[in-house]
Write a protein that binds this ligand. Structure first.
Ligand SMILES: C[C@@]1(CC(=O)O)c2cc3[nH]c(cc4nc(cc5[nH]c(cc(n2)[C@H]1CCC(=O)O)[C@@](C)(CC(=O)O)[C@@H]5CCC(=O)O)C(CC(=O)O)=C4CCC(=O)O)c(CCC(=O)O)c3CC(=O)O
Ligand SMILES: NC(=O)C1=CN([C@@H]2O[C@H](COP(=O)(O)OP(=O)(O)OC[C@H]3O[C@@H](n4cnc5c(N)ncnc54)[C@H](O)[C@@H]3O)[C@@H](O)[C@H]2O)C=CC1
Length: 214
């Protein structure tokens, strides 16, 4: 069985997380960043989960799981320290729900990858469940190469690409400009904070192409 890599929009989607420990907290953190509507069911939870509940960023039900909890959730994550409870969560789910059972890869209809996060740039790493520790190790290695400057760099390239796509040029010319904008100089200028130089050079490339293209 080979997993299908997919980036999903969870804005406003209902997610149930059963358990509020260390593993649940890690999954919830990413669900929050994605704008999901989160309900957590757990008799006890970490300080971070309690804080998110106080800030009304999620609904926290401080009690054991009940099968009805899974109703209306698009995504269900079971991350309690009791294998029987995790199994009961799986059994309460309908076949159309996306389910992640933290101690049972064989029952997961989706798994959570390790992610290098740089703003809207996300590099997800999955080992197909073989060794999550390897996914984490690779994430750390990649973080050393993909520095924090990639957040701004990705946003810059996004803004430039939107502009280029709106120009009245043929597709070949647009591809040429986009390829020129991917030159590493733009990354270096972003990293060193030389934004004016970067933006001027980008403008020059776009203007040149516009003049020769029209
Ligand atoms: C199948 C999967 C289901 C899922 O959770 O989605 C799953 C399953 C299991 N994990 C277990 C253990 C550990 N998991 C981690 C860490 C992470 N686990 C994550 C994902 C996944 N874990 C999915 C597959 C991902 C893939 O394909 O590689 C990451 C990437 C994402 C995240 O959780 O956010 C996150 C790293 C985030 C980061 O830092 O980048 C660590 C290390 C640590 O915690 O420091 C350990 C201890 C060391 C070890 O055991 O290897 C166990 C045994 C539990 C037990 O002992 O009872 C099971 C169950 C089993 O394998 O049977
Ligand atoms: N998939 C993954 O990434 C990993 C999975 N695991 C698995 O995840 C399990 C949880 O690990 P941790 O978060 O470290 O445990 P933890 O002990 O920090 O948290 C357990 C949580 O489960 C809750 N809980 C217990 N009984 C419950 C019930 N009946 N209903 C609802 N909530 C209940 C507790 O209140 C607590 O919030 C581990 O036992 C292990 O099997 C462990 C490491 C990584």
């Amino acid at each position: 069985m080979r997993l299908y890599p997919m980036m999903v929009n969870l804005e406003g989607k209902r997610c149930l997380v059963v358990g509020g420990g260390r593993v649940a907290e890690r999954k919830i953190d990413k669900l929050l960043a994605a704008g999901a509507e989160i309900a957590v069911v757990a008799p006890s939870c970490t300080a971070a989960v309690a804080k998110w509940a106080r800030e009304e960023r999620l609904f926290l039900y401080r009690r054991p799981f009940a099968p009805e909890d899974t109703r209306h959730a698009l995504i269900v994550i079971a991350a309690t320290d009791d294998p029987d409870v995790n199994l009961a969560v799986y059994q309460a789910c309908a076949s159309h729900q996306w389910v992640n059972i933290a101690d049972r890869p064989d029952l997961c209809s989706f798994t959570v990858p390790s992610v290098v996060e740089r703003g809207d740039l996300q590099i997800a790493i999955s080992t197909g469940g073989h060794n999550p520790g390897l996914a984490k190790k690779l994430r750390r290695q990649m973080e050393a190469h993909i520095g924090p400057e990639y957040e701004e760099y990705t946003a810059f390239l996004g803004a430039m690409r939107r502009r280029v796509l709106e120009l009245s040029l043929d597709d070949r010319q647009k591809r040429e400009i986009l390829s020129a904008l991917l030159d590493d100089r733009f990354l270096c200028w972003t990293k060193s904070g030389e934004r004016e130089r970067r933006d001027l050079e980008a403008e020059r490339i776009i203007e040149n192409a516009r003049q020769t293209g029209t």
